[in-house]
Design a binder for this molecule. Structure first.
Ligand code: LFR
Length: 494
């Protein structure tokens, strides 16, 4: 049968990719056309993303795809959440988009808490209190810069790229839902909250659902080899796209979208905003087709990414495969950190911070890269368990399986630790869930795929999946109790 081809642009915090997706009516195959690493850097005192590099690389990648000669029906962009670009009236960016790991957001969050309180922030949006949220970056912008004055519109990052590709000036709902200024349940910007926090509401754009056709691809590619290619917004938040393509074997399974962050949660028909969900600080993110993801951000592979960066700076290069291989030779559960401690949020010397955390909490201090990586893997697995328990308590339903997608699904060591820690079977894959979900939303909009159920069946057919079984071991339960205590201590020190 005829093959439909679309392009999924997937921007991650370490690298971006242009992915070609081909759907033949049965199977959805994805292939990376180009990959481009990038790093944030400081401009005017704020950590920012290299959007110029990303834009050039995306255009180049689409050019490479065009040169393959098949017609490309559409292109769509997903990216990490919370970050945004500010567009002037003429559609150009007023400056480079800022990065949520900048320490300025901590001070802004404390100010917001003092001004309106934690409960108001949560009740208004359903979004967890987290210093990375857009709302705190915008408060800092308003207080310490003039960038908002120069801007006509704010767009979430995927839609900044869409605007460059199609000239659009709207933002997509799943991306908006990560801002901490958008009410997922009501589907609107919470302008009263923005007003009270001193954020100009004139910047908040029209919000469109995933699957919206934003227009034809403009520029030399649209006028040339990609004439006829549409720009279609997928679920712009990468986590939303990943969950679209998560082949849940049964309803109510826990997902872990495992990349820079580990997003641990369940898909629900509507948000849960209750005293219990507030106390557990679980977030409600907008999903595809009106669903909600009730989840927690666990700091994720960021800890290993930053360790690798620190070791590389000392001339010791490790691949992820090498690191997990070394970690696998270390005994499990010798020491444990709270991955979500503030110690680990910012860029920096991560091995030293992990060691310092262990020292401070009276544990054996991991010395070798393998021992440090083992500590990180175990700590992530125990966090997953604690999160699964919190979600079960809030929803009243205990998950019976875990589905891990994204790059983290490659690690057999992490999968086994996750199975052992949670006591649940762990279904691994697809690694490419985000691109698959991005492509699927475009294919649904084009009338090629039926919807989420159809997508998940196609993914289950196409992807290379495997399952990891739990091995009973009471030490994980003790570790979970310990992590809960440490988390309380860490939160008290904030
Ligand atoms: C994952 C992710 C998370 C979001 C974090 C920051 O890539 O999008 O869902 O909380 O990055 O944007």
């Amino acid at each position: 049968s005829a093959v439909a081809t679309v392009a999924a642009v997937d921007l991650g915090a370490e690298s971006g990719r242009v992915v070609r997706a081909d759907f033949d009516g049965e199977r959805l195959a994805v292939r990376e056309v180009s990959r481009f690493p990038h790093t944030p850097f400081v401009v005017d005192g704020i950590l920012r993303w290299d959007l110029d590099l990303l834009t050039r690389a995306i255009t180049d990648g689409l050019g490479t795809l065009a040169a393959e000669g098949s017609p490309v029906a559409s292109v769509g962009v997903d990216a990490w959440g919370v970050d945004y670009g500010l567009l002037a009236a003429d559609g150009t960016l007023v400056d480079l988009p800022t990065c949520y790991r900048d320490p300025r957001q901590l001070a802004a969050m404390d100010e917001a808490l003092a001004m309106v309180g934690r409960e108001r922030l949560y009740r208004a949006t359903g979004v967890q209190l987290n210093e990375i949220n857009t709302v705190f970056a915008l408060m800092s912008d308003a207080r310490t810069t003039t960038r908002l004055d120069r801007a006509a519109t704010l767009l979430m990052l995927p839609d900044v790229v869409h605007s460059l590709l199609a000239g659009s000036r709207v933002t997509e709902a799943t991306a908006a839902s990560t801002s901490g200024l958008y009410d997922v349940a009501a589907g609107r910007w919470v302008t009263e909250l923005a007003d009270d926090l001193g954020i100009p509401t004139r910047l908040l754009p029209e919000v469109v659902p995933p699957g919206t056709d934003l227009g034809p691809l403009l520029g030399p590619l649209g006028d040339g080899p990609l004439a006829g290619t549409r720009v279609i917004a997928p679920a712009g938040h990468d986590t939303a796209s990943a969950v679209v393509a998560t082949p849940f074997p049964e309803p109510g399974a826990l997902f872990i979208s495992s990349g820079t962050w580990s997003l641990v949660g369940v898909e629900l028909p509507r948000p849960v905003v209750t005293p219990a969900s507030l106390a557990a600080n679980l977030t409600n993110e907008g999903g595809y087709a009106g669903t909600t993801r009730l989840l927690r951000n666990v700091m994720g592979l960021w800890l290993l990414q930053e360790c690798r960066r620190a070791w590389a700076a000392q001339g010791r290069e490790f691949s992820y495969a090498e690191l997990t291989e070394l970690a696998g030779r270390e005994p499990a559960l010798r020491c444990l950190v709270n991955p979500n401690a503030r110690d680990f949020l910012a860029r920096g010397d991560m091995p030293a911070r992990v060691q310092e955390y262990c020292r401070r909490t009276g544990q054996p201090v991991p010395e070798s890269p393998g021992a440090i990586a083992r500590c990180v893997v175990d700590s992530l697995a125990v966090s997953y368990r604690v999160t699964a328990e919190d979600i079960a308590a809030v929803t009243g339903t205990a998950p019976t399986a875990v589905c891990v997608t994204g790059g983290g699904a490659r690690s057999a060591l992490l999968a086994q630790a996750t199975a052992d820690a949670t006591g649940l079977p762990v279904h691994c894959g697809p690694v490419e869930a985000t691109s698959l979900g991005n492509a699927a939303a475009q294919l649904v909009a084009l009338g090629e795929l039926g919807g989420v159920t159809d997508t998940r069946a196609v993914v289950a057919r196409t992807a290379d999946l495997h399952t990891c079984s739990p091995r009973p071991d009471a030490r994980w339960e003790q570790a979970a109790a310990l992590l809960r205590e440490r988390t309380q201590d860490d939160d008290r020190q904030r």
